[in-house]
Design a protein around this ligand. Sequence first.
Ligand code: ATP
Ligand code: MG
Length: 310
Amino acid sequence: MVQTSPLDRQAILQRARSFCEPFRIGNGEGFHLAQVNPSETLHLDRHDKKTAEAVLAEGVALLSELQDRLYAQDRWALLLIFQAMDAAGKDGTIKHVMSGINPQGCQVFSFKAPSAVDLDHDYLWRANQCLPERGRIGIFNRSYYEETLVVRVHPELLARQSLPPQPVADDLWTQRFHDIRHYESYLANNGVVVRKFFLHLSRDEQKRRFLKRLENPSKNWKFSASDIKERAHWSSYMHAYEEMIRHTASNTAPWFVVPADNKWFTRLVVAAAIIDTLDDTLDQLNLHYPVVSDSAREALAAAHQQLLAE
Ligand code: ATP
Ligand code: MG
């Protein structure tokens, strides 16, 4: 683990805040997706890409240090949720941002279409079993939010859920948003800090990335026929995402709407948001190495003496 000096640390933390704050939605009222441009890079342009990479590397080093303390303290867990259209870069972002992290302190789960066993339970059931343990960072690559996205865009999926008679029309989604808000507030009350990322990709950039996957044999495996099918529902998905963010952004569990047309910028913003969260956690949650009690210190001294005497 690379130790950052206090001076560097202050500078990195400030920079991290400046990169993530513009994209943080803590109150979704009146939110429109159009407020965030998928190709936004703040004041950085392509020539600053190297600078951005350096900032990301510094950030990753600090992140590893903060994670080490989270792990040692063993009280709080951090849950990072990633949602996006296909090819928005979820996998790559997770890989880059978490590259400096101790694998023991990190758990990643990908949520695909639910199994028969999953469907025999309420929709939060499978997610609940994958929550990070105290001291860990948990990553959800897709999540229970699919229940307000793909299921909303394809109502036939609801029919498979054997639910009791449903509220009509939009009331079902209102109910799900309400339940999710409460669930996340419950998690916060129990020491799970939740941060949610929507990687906001433009339709044009998705087309470019799909074409690359189709034209480059080494990328073919990333393409699936269903990707094109979902693309055809683009505007329904955007509506569902907008609604989801409006109704489930909160100060305890904010959404970050991250511009995703430039991968280097996406990674920077996500790393910044995680660092900023852990830094907040340092203050609010008093994240620190466990304090050794007087009696434990005496026991350590005795063990020390015993070893020296051997
Ligand atoms: P990704 O598309 O996330 O990169 P992948 O291509 O490896 O991953 P897929 O087989 O495409 O995996 O699985 C993800 C699919 O599962 C998505 O289309 C998503 O909408 C669907 N899915 C996830 N959760 C649910 C859910 N609760 N109900 C229905 N479908 C879901
Ligand atoms: Mg897929």
